[in-house]
Design a protein around this ligand. Structure first.
Ligand code: PEP
Ligand code: MG
Length: 589
């Protein structure tokens, strides 16, 4: 059965079928005098669900910060006007029982979701559904089978998995996960990836084809679930599992080596992080510092906007953890795909072109100042740098720098020490910044290329719209030319260049990126570091330059992609030809 691979690895074992099928909801008509009682019963169920969700969130924080952030959306939804007030209004108007009325509200919501072209929101649809099931359970008074009784290693097979399920699971016994609902952005995907449990989601009719005790394989590499594998299949997946394990092990073997090409050019490999908790683990992947601290998540996970002190303490913890290693803290980049409850900007028609990134910070100087002061104060404890997101003109950098100067003066007035020479950088992620790169470079110490947005804006392709996802092409000649222009200008200005978008962590692009210019560092999801490092250590800069020169002369995405894939597969068959590395042969230990 084919599904979505959301967490890598291969799990082989016995299935544990978790019954999370939905309730059968009956419609009941209420007498007039019963209506207010019914509404109270509904309110009680909401309140109870809220308490349960907060409890789950507190427990989740102990497992993974990023995962706890997701659970906040559940609590927010319980305060949602449409979900709660619409249901109450309809109980009154239609005189129908709470279960039925809530279910109707849910159906309306789900229809709405179906018409939304947003991958991220679509992923959230399953989460909303789960939340309503939790409220329904509280209304019906139905307690469900708990996973905490599992005593042996199993592969969980289920329609869906609620946040409380994921937390009550004895994690040592969960070898793999297979679900009918959910995707990469839903909490199941994030949970599995955070814990490294092989997982496949989105398989229709999965639960009707598997029983508890059945032998199953969850292939989180290629997104497949196999029931009752025969002897030949079993051998094949055992090999694939072992190969993947060895492959990961071998990659991690290089973590103490520097990312240096065969002809002696060193690139620094840094990590992208979203919470200070991650700073503790990134060294185990060989990260040499933090190249991008996305601070939005600090704001998204808090019920109130974090103040200067809270920010300072958070940043200080990262700076201290990293010691002399760099920590690049990006100022708030709210807007578009990252929304804040306290600062709503999502009613804009074109949020990607709206009040996001530095524009929002300049429009709300108080908010920006508290960030800048938090960063400055933390700068005393390590090698901290500031990074401004979504720069599209020199005047934005000038204004931002003026506010940075003001933040310094305010701290001086209060006799609070900081690093006077803190470096500042601009993210290059708009076409305007690319075209005017020479001017921008005059005002900063370094630049960091945000390829995620740069590709979106250069190609006019919404990065979260599934209808145009096939056109989101990092290897588009326009992207490569833009990168080349940026590198050339930075070399002339003698300024450092970093790449912190996803492309920087894509091993397929590593050689090309090195060839395009003088790359100071690449910043990426920490788990991508070992593979990118492996490639850097096996190439010569001279060859990378030749590759880039050739690619710059090609005119289409197809030509470029094919050329790069062929080159990389020939040079690194174990890394780019999955058939070879994980399936057909055993990699020597
Ligand atoms: C980018 O745009 O490439 C980037 C790193 O920032 P974000 O993904 O947070 O927009
Ligand atoms: Mg960006």
């Amino acid at each position: 059965m084919k599904g979505i691979a959301v967490s890598k690895g291969v799990a082989i074992g016995k299935a544990y079928l978790l019954d999370r099928s939905k309730f059968c909801i009956l419609k009941q008509k209420l007498e007039d005098h019963e209506v207010e009682n019914e509404i109270q019963r509904f309110r009680d169920a909401i309140a109870k669900t809220k308490v349960q969700m907060v409890d789950i969130k507190n427990r989740a924080e102990k497992i993974a910060d990023k995962y706890a952030v997701i659970l906040d959306t559940y609590t927010l939804l319980l305060d949602d006007d449409i979900l709660v007030n619409d249901t109450i209004e309809n109980i009154r108007k239609n005189r129908t029982n709470a279960e039925w009325t809530l279910n109707q509200t849910l159906q309306n919501f789900l229809n709405l979701f179906d018409n939304i072209n947003d991958d991220y929101l679509k992923g959230k649809k399953d989460d909303l559904d789960l939340l309503v099931q939790a409220i329904l359970r509280n209304l019906i008074g139905h307690s469900q089978e708990t996973l905490s009784d599992i005593q042996e290693p199993v592969i969980i097979v289920t329609h869906s998995l609620s946040p409380s399920d994921t937390l009550s699971m004895p994690r040592n016994f969960i070898k793999g996960l297979a679900t009918e609902t959910g995707g990469k952005t839903s909490h199941v995907g994030i949970f599995a990836a955070a814990l490294g449990i092989p997982a496949v989601t989105g398989i229709k009719n999965l639960t009707s084809q598997i029983n508890t005790g059945d032998n199953v394989v969850v292939d989180g590499i290629d997104g497949e679930v196999i029931v009752h594998p025969n002897e030949e299949n079993s051998q094949y997946f055992l090999k694939k599992q072992e190969n993947y394990r060895r492959y990961e092990e071998r990659l991690l073997a290089n973590i103490h080596q520097s990312a240096e090409t065969l002809d002696g050019h060193q690139i620094h490999l840094l990590a992208n992080i979203e919470s200070n908790q991650e700073a503790k683990t990134l060294r185990k992947f060989g990260a040499e510092g933090v190249g991008l601290y996305r601070t939005e998540f600090l704001y998204m996970s808090a019920s109130n906007l974090p103040g200067e002190r809270e920010l300072y303490e958070n940043f200080k913890a990262v700076a201290q953890e990293m010691g002399k290693r760099p920590v690049v803290i990006r100022t708030l980049d709210i807007g578009m795909d990252k929304q804040l409850a306290g600062i709503p900007t999502n009613d804009e028609d074109n949020p990607a072109l709206g009040l996001r990134g530095i524009r929002l910070s300049l429009a709300k100087p108080e908010l920006f100042l508290s960030q800048l002061k938090g960063i400055l104060r933390a700068s005393l404890y390590g090698n901290v740098k500031v990074l401004y997101p979504m720069i599209s003109s020199v005047s934005e950098i000038i204004q931002a720098n003026e506010l940075l100067q003001k933040a310094k003066e305010l701290l001086k007035e209060d006799q609070i020490p900081f690093d006077e020479n803190i470096e500042i950088g601009a993210m290059i992620e708009t076409p305007a910044a690319t075209i005017c790169i020479d001017h921008i470079l005059e005002h900063v110490n370094f630049i960091s290329i945000g390829t995620n947005d740069l590709i979106q804006y250069l190609l006019a392709i919404d990065r979260v719209n599934e209808n145009v996802a096939h056109l989101y092409q990092p290897f588009h000649p326009a992207v490569i030319r833009a990168l080349k222009q940026i590198f050339d200008a930075a070399k002339k200005a003698n300024k450092k260049v970093s790449i912190c978008g996803e492309l920087g962590g894509d091993p397929m692009a590593t050689m090309l990126l090195l060839g395009l210019g003088d790359l100071h560092d690449l910043s990426m999801e920490p788990h991508s570091i070992p593979k990118v490092k492996k490639i850097i250590r096996l190439i010569r800069l001279e060859e990378a330059r030749q590759m880039a020169d050739h690619v710059l002369n090609l005119s289409s995405v197809e030509e470029i992609s094919q050329f790069i894939a062929k080159e990389m597969r020939t040079r690194f068959p174990d890394d780019f030809d999955r058939d070879l590395s994980f399936q057909e042969k055993i990699i020597p230990a």
